[in-house]
Design a protein around this ligand. Structure first.
Ligand SMILES: Nc1nc2c(ncn2[C@@H]2O[C@H](COP(=O)(O)OP(=O)(O)O)[C@@H](O)[C@H]2O)c(=O)[nH]1
Ligand SMILES: [Mg+2]
Length: 339
């Protein structure tokens, strides 16, 4: 049944890019097709965990960014859409994370398919349709592109075009899905050790996304739930201001929270990663040193107090991010129930 609530979202004004100079990418697909490897190819470094057993290891959507030629490229890697162990609640949580991290919208949902093993049946299509229509919501068709991983397996005497046409003509679920991408498709070999080919992969994917961005007149994919996330974020900014929190610290907590959903905020690892991202620690320490000509034991105590204060703030900020996720989840659950 067509979900009216979400088809309505097509008519929502799509915001002009408020993410100037930034590309916001969400990578989607089945388990083990090469999502994390493709995400790594885009950023040109191995930040996303690739699994050699093709087991579902990415449990939560996670985001990493990198500045490439003056453009901040942010990629969210996700768990396999066909993972039978993931409940609806897990998928909803991931979508809420995507919405909070990319609250001003998404430039492209990049579907990954394994060219070496293009198994794709009605059930797989069902997972995608359910995700797009019933959880994400809205019409995101013009914000999708396709990456074939394992391009090394496409026969040398068959170019991508021929392969692409052959797959579309094959009939069944895969054909109808592939046709929706028109020509927004690229093939890469994520496993290459050649630096030249790595660079070519990165350029090919980024160029395809830029082309799509042009086709979409620089707009980002938005819907009602993304807008709710944007409002939540504005409230959060106000809260941080009232609390007189250091904005650099807030940004660092967000970065670690978005990249490492697996790490508990109260752990030393989390705090250390946050401190590593900021100059806050150095700032506190140098202030303490400058202000007081104290003995080293007093200095250590003061420094410890300063770090404890930061730890407390890290927990507070983290809790606000989790609250935003809960708010989006309840909003989505409610809008789903009302349709
Ligand atoms: N030969 C080859 N192997 C790849 C390619 N892309 C991914 N892989 C490998 O396929 C396996 C699964 O990839 P991964 O990115 O973890 O899949 P995910 O579950 O979709 O994130 C890993 O062993 C990757 O190294 C590719 O383009 N060529
Ligand atoms: Mg993965």
């Amino acid at each position: 049944m067509v979900n009216e609530k979400y088809t309505l979202a097509e008519h929502l004004p799509i915001r002009q890019s408020s993410a100037k100079g930034e590309l916001r990418i969400v990578v989607l697909g089945k388990i083990g097709v090469g999502k994390s490897a493709t995400a790594n190819s885009i950023l040109g470094q191995n930040v996303f965990f690739e699994d050699f057993n093709a087991m579902p290891t990415t449990l939560r959507a996670n985001c990493s960014s990198r500045n490439i030629n003056g453009t901040k490229i942010s990629v969210i890697d996700t768990a396999g859409l066909d993972d039978p162990n993931r409940r609806r609640e897990d998928i909803l949580e991931d979508v809420a994370r995507i919405m909070v991290i990319f609250s001003s919208g998404v430039h492209v949902f990049l579907y990954v398919m394994n060219a070496a093993s293009p198994r794709f049946n009605e059930k797989d299509l069902g997972y995608i349709r359910n995700f797009e229509k019933n959880i994400l919501g809205g019409n995101m068709k013009s914000y999708r592109a396709l990456v074939y991983s394992h391009a090394d397996s496409i026969k040398q005497n068959m170019d991508l075009n021929a392969y692409w046409i052959k797959q579309q003509k094959g009939g069944g679920a895969i054909s109808s899905f592939l046709k929706e991408f028109e020509r927004n498709v690229v093939a890469v070999n994520n496993s290459t050790s050649s630096l030249v080919e790595r660079e070519r992969n990165q350029t090919a994917i980024v160029s395809l996304i830029n082309l799509l961005k042009e086709q979409n007149k620089n707009s980002l994919y938005m819907n009602d739930a993304f807008m709710k996330a944007a409002t939540e974020r504005e409230d959060f900014q106000q809260w941080a201001k009232r609390k007189k929190l250091n904005l650099e610290l807030v940004a660092a907590v967000e970065k670690v929270w978005a990249a490492h959903p697996e790490i508990d905020a109260s752990s030393t690892e989390f705090v250390n990663k946050v401190l590593f991202q900021t100059e806050v620690q150095k700032l506190v320490e140098s202030q303490e040193r400058g202000k007081h000509k104290s003995t080293s034991s007093i200095r250590t105590k003061r420094s410890k107090r300063a770090i404890d204060k930061i730890k407390g703030e890290v927990l507070l900020i983290f809790a606000e991010y989790e609250k935003m996720i809960e708010a989006i989840k309840s909003y989505r659950t409610l809008t789903l129930q009302n349709t």
